[in-house]
Design a binder for this molecule. Structure first.
Ligand SMILES: [Fe+2]
Length: 219
């Protein structure tokens, strides 16, 4: 039979990738920041198995080296409509050799992200599950490899951690971090983003919380 065949992907899941040029100039300051924070914060246990995870903090202080870095990276998020603000909370992770993060998602957030600060070889990939991996199990299995690869049709997908790279992804997307099989620490910063269109002081697209709002700035 004479057939034309085509496909169109109608509900993709965007993973936003930011690479920070010149990251090595600030990397050591951020590494020191992580270890200094661990000295004063006993941390929490959420998705981390063995690793240290700081308490979360609102990203608001432009005089703080880590806050400033995150604000500057996200302020120019190129594909978020300018009427939306982002309210960002973050935490620092240090996974020692043998540590990992179990599967989780980020409830009550809209987007979630990770900044990779120190990632020795084999320190653990981040693995995302397809949101339809259960419902589409047999369908996904049935496709030929070329079709899967051309259309990113997988049950799960991994990214190697890369120093100076940020991933931002939908907060509902289940993910985990593999065991750190290097013999050094793996250091990252995770964050949550709430999107809103409220009237807040902004730096680019990042909201500074209302209690810091200086109404005299308003034009
Ligand atoms: Fe996460």
């Amino acid at each position: 039979m004479d057939l034309n065949y085509s496909t169109k992907n109608i509900f993709p899941v965007p993973i936003h990738i930011f690479d920070v040029n010149g990251f090595d100039e600030i990397q050591n300051r951020l590494i020191d920041y992580a270890y200094n924070l661990r000295e004063e914060d006993e941390g929490v246990c959420i998705s981390n198995y063995g690793g240290w995870q700081s308490n979360s903090f609102c990203v608001e202080n432009e005089d703080d080296v880590l806050h400033h870095f995150i604000i500057n990276c996200l302020a120019g998020f190129p594909v978020i409509d300018e009427t939306f603000n982002m309210k960002v909370s973050a935490w620092v992770n240090i996974n020692k050799p043998g540590d990992y993060n179990i599967k989780h998602n980020h409830p009550t957030s809209d987007l979630a992200g990770v900044l990779w600060i120190k990632c020795p070889k084999d320190c653990g990939d981040i693995i995302f599950d397809s949101p339809t991996s259960f419902q589409s199990h047999n369908e996904l299995k049935s496709y030929i490899d070329d079709f899967k690869n051309q259309n990113n049709l997988y049950h799960s997908y991994y990214f190697n951690p890369t120093e100076g790279r940020i991933l931002v992804f939908p907060a509902h997307l289940n993910h985990r971090v593999q065991e750190n099989k290097s013999n050094e620490d793996r250091i990252s910063v995770s964050f949550n983003i709430r999107l809103n269109s409220g009237r807040m002081k902004r730096r680019g697209k990042v909201s500074i919380p209302r209690w810091n709002f200086n109404w005299s700035d308003k034009k």
